[in-house]
Design a binder for this molecule. Sequence first.
Ligand SMILES: NC(=O)c1ccc[n+]([C@@H]2O[C@H](COP(=O)([O-])OP(=O)(O)OC[C@H]3O[C@@H](n4cnc5c(N)ncnc54)[C@H](O)[C@@H]3O)[C@@H](O)[C@H]2O)c1
Length: 258
Amino acid sequence: MSAPNQLAQFPSLKGKRVFVTGGGTGIGAAVVSALAEQGALVAFVDIATEASEALCQRIAASGHPAPLFRQVDLRDIPTLQSTIADLASQLGDFDVLVNNAANDERHKLEDVTQEYWDNRIAINQRPSFFAVQSVVPGMKKKGGGSIINFSSISWHTSGGGYPVYTTAKASVLGLTRGLARDLGPHNIRVNTVTPGWVMTERQIALWLDEKGKEDIKRNQCLQGELLPWHLARMVLFLAADDSVMCTAQEFIVDAGWA
Ligand SMILES: NC(=O)c1ccc[n+]([C@@H]2O[C@H](COP(=O)([O-])OP(=O)(O)OC[C@H]3O[C@@H](n4cnc5c(N)ncnc54)[C@H](O)[C@@H]3O)[C@@H](O)[C@H]2O)c1
């Protein structure tokens, strides 16, 4: 199901410079598309080159500003930071950062080595901090900004099967709330968006089975599928000036599961 036609426009997003991690597929792609539809100038990084380039072409073909895409593995912090600097010099300093990318690979407590732990943290936690570090000087120069960090209901609901992922996703709230205090005086807002179980290509291909469908039915207050565009709408609100006095908060979009 795609987004219905009669949804809100956010005039303050027109011309805003936005940087998104993991914008090539899943929720990130919906966020990139929704922002471009509002007239924002979007740059994003991903490892999925083919899907990311196809997304840029689809957006350009629909008449919206084509996003800038760079292939970056977020585990490589120096490259992430130099790419953000390069994109900012091309587009202008960023007004909005969306820390979206993650990887929810399953693992068992007894199998986690120190190397595996480091690798999970390197994708699910570390890049968000360093992306913030990169965009904040530009936001300070501009007199403000909005940072949106993605968490997950998995740890709220005591979800098992991926303890390093839930550790990283719970820590997103610490990142949000700690930085909101430091950055508030600069008019930079920091918030968390927490998805429920969203029916992305990856979730459907890897994890959704009959039991999963029953879990969704039983646990969601609202029936029906939670889709990437539902999350993108919350990101639009938090990126726009409509949410000008919202900071340090968690916004849960989960159809009432958690
Ligand atoms: N889909 C869900 O049900 C769900 C539930 C809770 C939370 N979330 C959160 O929402 C966010 C988006 O999730 P999603 O389901 O769209 O994920 P996804 O796996 O569908 O997409 C993530 C994107 O990040 C990219 N990516 C992964 N590793 C990367 C790396 N090392 N470097 C650069 N790019 C990389 C992928 O290529 C992909 O395009 C994540 O933070 C996730 O934790 C999702």
